[in-house]
Design a protein around this ligand. Sequence first.
Ligand code: GCW
Length: 732
Amino acid sequence: MVGPRNKWQIVADQSESSSMLKARSFRKYQWLVALLGFVLHSQVFATVSQDDGYRLWLNYRFITNPTLRLTYLEQTSHIYVAGNSATSDVIRHELQLALPTMLGLNPVFVSQANAATLVIETGTSVISELGDEGFHIVGKAKSLRVTANTQVALLYGTFALLRSMQTGQDLANLDVREQPKVQRRMLNHWDDLDRHTERGYAGQSIFDWHKLPVYKEQRYINYARANASIGINGIVPNNVNANALILTPSYLLKVQALADMFRPYGIKVYLSIKFSSPQQIGGLTTSDPADPQVQQWWQDKAKEIYQLIPDFGGFLVKANSEGQPGPGDYGRSHAMGANMLAKALKPFGGIVLWRAFVYAPDDEHERSLQAYNEFAPLDGQFADNVTVQVKNGPIDFQPREPFSPLFGAMPNTPLAMEFQVTQEYLGFSTHLAYLGTVFEEVLDADTWVKGQGSTVAKVVDGSLEGHDLSVMAGVANIGMDRNWTGHIFAQANWYALGRLAWDHQLSAKDIANEWVAMTLSQTPQVQQPIVTMMMASREHVVNYMTPLGLHHLMATGHHYGPGPWVDNLSRADWNPVYYHRADTQGIGIDRTATGTNGVAQYSAHWQAIFADPAKTPDELLLWFHHLPWNYPMRSGKTLWLTLVERYYAGVEGVEQMQQTWQRLAGQINAGQHHQVTMALAIQLQEAKWWRDACVLYFQQFAKQPIPEGLPQPEHSLEYYQRLAFPYAPGQG
Ligand code: GCW
């Protein structure tokens, strides 16, 4: 959708100085072009000599391969961008920003398609298979053509073209059609109105509610550019632990300002709402969804919102979970609550994203069972503009979980995927953990609910059951830090979320390759070790934190560091001891029929596997089974020994990452290199801390030694137990 023209500057503060040369025939002046390219390269290089990460993957480095550069130059020397909208301005601007720094020359914009080498225009007739967001790119020796049905799709095509150049693709013989597999590709910010970010590790929230709607930071535009470049088309700027004030008139004006800025980039704004808003800000005495006044209040509120924001996306709701109000407070079901909101939004085309992350204080069932228990029976009861948003695993974004059994268990309801991009449980923003592999592992998991091939990805994209509404969301890791995400490599997680939401068939490795090429280096010999490092990185974290299916071992509240000993919290299932159940007999939680019977929530295929420790993959062993310390693993080693080895392997993995990174000094921009070097030093310290604290703690029960030859823990268990971090960031 194309909105009103931008009134503010769309000039990114990353723009570079550029040459004014307008060459007609590049072949003719090849030597001159090459020389100028070199001169510009030096200039550009000088300006990026201390890259602080602000430009993300859009740093548009100078293309050093002269053959590629010359081809691209010829293909983009004269550009025609059809249209006269805010979005076509964005397209022109992005090309103006990117091409001079990548190619060393300014492109010439022409007003006739037949005078251009690069043509970007909507088709004269609708190309039905491309839909609203798909594009078609055709590349020939001296020309390029991007076509689509809408301006926003042209923007996606433009970014795809620029990505192809940044990653050194041959564009002279190209015929690509792309269309997103998931309809709504979203970021969920857990940002509060006072700019604190729940589980945020990259500084304050980027949304400066106090200064909005008048003060429009340049950062908002760069945020929108980054999102559009990876196909993100929806954002929720406020926390699911919502503040009712967001729906008051003065805040809605602020939301409108954001929506107006993001519209040209194809991004819709949605809001997290508080279910008790009718009472908190509406002056009603109840928020019961069965009450006609409450229903009317929401209908009026929806109308008010759409008057300000005609393309408003809808509401995201956390209800009856962790103290949040919800329909359950009135004895009503989640479906009743969701449908009341859905009815209010329906006339305007809005949707409800109703979260399945619930655990009620009075539910006697083990926490991992509760989402399924509450939601599966409601299948078929939700209105058609409701999607139930499910976290990827049954508990809570742990370093590794099996896929949530809800995927596949609600065939009549579109299920949205909620991933966590921010690293609440994977080392905050100081641990290098590439999450592309996490997302891929979950999306590729086969639920087997309709036989082999019923993957989670097919549930989410709607193809398994024929749903049109489809959503993939990531809890954002973005803040005011100059590099946006607190760690250069955490940018790759934002990037991977967007790319996989666009196309879940892309591999995590290919996405890592793209990101490295765009962000860090064009040189294959430099890219390759970095990608190898990224692909292994999440497993290192799993190993030094929660190997073999362990989970929820972190310290209380802030979740920073190990706390396997914690047993003093009021609800049993807030305590790590509840999940690992280590005692002299063994370790792990029995989720088979003799225990909590979580396995029964999976399809018959998985029940047969998860119910049997001999068949359960090592990675999930202690998630499903309580086993003796001397349990023989597939390798023939005991469980204790394997557990210890995994903890040590995790730390060794970080040491290897450090070595790889050290070897790349001088081949990566010094600013980027230095940041990552410092973060890796913290990661190594903390990996050792996790390892030593957990091994010492479990050793009390296993009563077996740490094998000889392995470094012994530096401190006593008591030392680790006494550590306190009252000011760890991101607390809820
Ligand atoms: O992961 C947990 C977090 C809470 C969060 C909650 C949720 C927003 O620790 O901080 O609250 O999940 O997903 O609602």
